[in-house]
Design a protein around this ligand. Structure first.
Ligand code: PRP
Length: 219
């Protein structure tokens, strides 16, 4: 079923995730030299020998490209997968980009959470926040969507708490906030288009098993 001349296309979330993904790919002999040029504004790269294509996209768009089959494979954070809710197979935890999705705020806000008060929650992740408060905690809250620097929410009085990613905790500490509740752990995941998984199962499963081996060696 697989066409030897068909390119397998990877969509990678721009930035550190793409860099780490390429490092891992190199460990299994998949390289794409032209992608390493940081000055370049090019968006799509080809490895003619291996019949692979790579493109860089904004993280939240990666699952969209994969769902519609514009990319066969995608690499993106679990946070984005949960938030975007796109159809794709999640096939591998790549082990990097580890962080946590948390409810954070000033210490005092802990009581508002405990007592299930009607609070305001600022976040870049309204789907994750809604799922957590409505379905897991059964707490009615007012969710306010922001696009970044979410830590400002409680500081300037926009919200009582935030739902955001915590990696080192530095941003919280430097702004007088703390983790109040942990929602879930996060890391980079590999996703595959559902049709590609069947049509290109041999090539894709081969890549997955070689990546798994490389990850085991790292551990
Ligand atoms: C993320 C996140 C936190 C910060 C956490 O922000 O939203 O602000 O990193 O990292 P830390 O625990 O190591 O301090 P990002 O840098 O992606 O920018 P943003 O605020 O624009 O989302």
């Amino acid at each position: 079923m697989s066409d030897e001349n068909r390119y397998l296309t990877f969509a990678l979330g721009k930035g550190r995730l793409a860099e780490k993904t390429l490092e891992l790919m190199e460990e299994i002999g998949i390289t794409c030299r032209e992608m390493k040029n940081k000055e370049s504004r090019k968006l799509i790269f080809v490895n003619e020998d291996l019949k692979l294509k790579f493109f860089l996209a904004k993280g939240p768009d990666v699952p969209t490209y994969v769902e519609y089959g514009a990319a066969d494979i995608g690499v993106v954070g679990k946070d984005t997968l949960l938030e975007e809710g796109r159809r794709a197979y999640e096939v591998l935890d790549l082990g990097f980009g580890k962080c946590r999705m948390c409810v954070c705020g000033p210490k005092e806000a802990g009581d508002l959470l405990k007592n299930h008060k009607m609070i305001r929650v600022a976040t870049k992740y309204p789907v994750i926040a809604k799922d957590y408060f409505y379905h897991r905690k059964h707490q009615t809250v007012d969710i306010i969507k922001l696009n970044g620097s979410v830590e400002l929410g409680p500081i300037v009085g926009l919200s009582d708490v935030i739902v955001d990613i915590v990696e080192t905790g530095t941003t919280l500490r430097e702004n007088g906030l703390e983790v109040l509740e942990e929602i879930c752990p996060l890391s980079a995941r590999m996703i595959v288009n559902q049709v590609s998984m069947q049509m290109e199962s041999k090539r894709i499963n081969d890549i997955i098993s070689r990546l798994k081996e490389a990850l085991q060696k790292r551990a």
